[in-house]
Design a protein around this ligand. Structure first.
Ligand SMILES: [Zn+2]
Ligand SMILES: [Zn+2]
Length: 285
């Protein structure tokens, strides 16, 4: 069957009923609030020129993503405030080590981190610069990357919402492995509808677009022998596709198995969080 590529190997996390779904839901909900307030600070700027359909169509037809990166960012104060709030929320929910988060806070508050520059590179999908900064500053890479990705995501989701109406057709017909709006990689794939159409959800700007049923959007491989799938017994609609060509993973949600609930991106992300842990533990990213 199409959604069960060869050599699918169900694994468990050895204690699935212990997975703290409620904590994750609360954590993701808080992050969403912080991103929304950062987005509101972009609304207030008023100096970001509106995009036109012509510009967007021209970019798309020449094979580019709709947004020209890097995009305009929230101002430094808003980014720093959001960063501190994210660190606090991550500590409250046991996602980061307190000492790691405190070190990051101290560096940000002391002006030792160029948060504007970092957000600006992460918006373009560049994580190498973050690695370099983590090494130089002695901050934990995971902490820093998570933090800046949240800032970049808030920013890109805001920009993406301004473009969406301009390129509905392009998004509908796009079949690329990267986001047609911002050019970043997907975070999730969704199977839906009677025919089981496969869609991808951008990890940065939350755009949803269609993709071929079989294949890895990161490297384009269609070799089913190179794919494995993680599943857990108590969540039949959720899985993660692991690609052994590029060592990336993609969480997959089969909406047809979720019942009638209308789940948004944040809810889908929360319910599939367990697979991030499983896949990363196996060395996929
Ligand atoms: Zn995107
Ligand atoms: Zn791949």
């Amino acid at each position: 069957m199409a959604e069960h590529p060869g050599e699918s190997k169900p694994l468990t996390d050895g204690g699935s009923n212990k997975f703290p779904v409620e904590e994750f839901a609360r954590f993701h909900g808080k992050l969403k609030e912080i991103r929304a307030s950062l987005a509101a600070s972009l609304d207030e700027r008023g100096d970001i020129s509106p995009l036109t359909g012509d510009v967007v169509s021209e970019r798309i037809s020449s094979g580019k993503a709709a947004l020209e990166l890097p995009v305009a960012l929230p101002d430094e104060g808003a980014l720093c405030d959001a960063a501190i709030r994210i660190l606090d929320v991550a500590v409250e929910n046991d996602v980061f080590d307190k000492p790691e988060a405190d070190a990051a806070k101290k560096t940000i508050e002391g002006g030792g981190l160029d948060i504007v520059a970092l957000t600006s590179v992460v918006v373009t999908g560049d994580s190498n610069t973050v690695e370099k900064v983590a090494l130089e500053s002695g901050l934990a890479l995971d902490t820093l990357l998570f933090l800046v990705e949240q800032l970049a995501r808030a920013t890109l989701t805001w920009h993406s919402s301004r473009v969406k109406g301009l390129l509905e057709d392009e998004v509908k017909t796009s079949r690329t492995g990267t986001c047609p709006v911002c050019g970043n990689h997907p975070r999730l794939s969704i199977i839906e509808g009677e025919e089981g159409v496969r869609k991808l959800v951008c990890g940065m700007c939350e755009t949803i677009w269609r993709y071929k049923r079989i294949g890895c959007p990161f490297c384009g491989s269609e070799d089913q022998k190179k794919f494995r799938r993680f599943t857990v017994d108590d969540e039949p609609g959720l899985s993660a596709l692991l690609c052994d060509v590029c060592k990336r993973y993609l969480k997959q949600i089969d909406r047809r198995k979720l019942g009638d609930g209308e789940y948004g991106v944040t809810e889908l992300e929360t319910m599939s969080s367990r697979f991030d842990i499983l896949a990363r533990r196996e060395g996929y990213r």
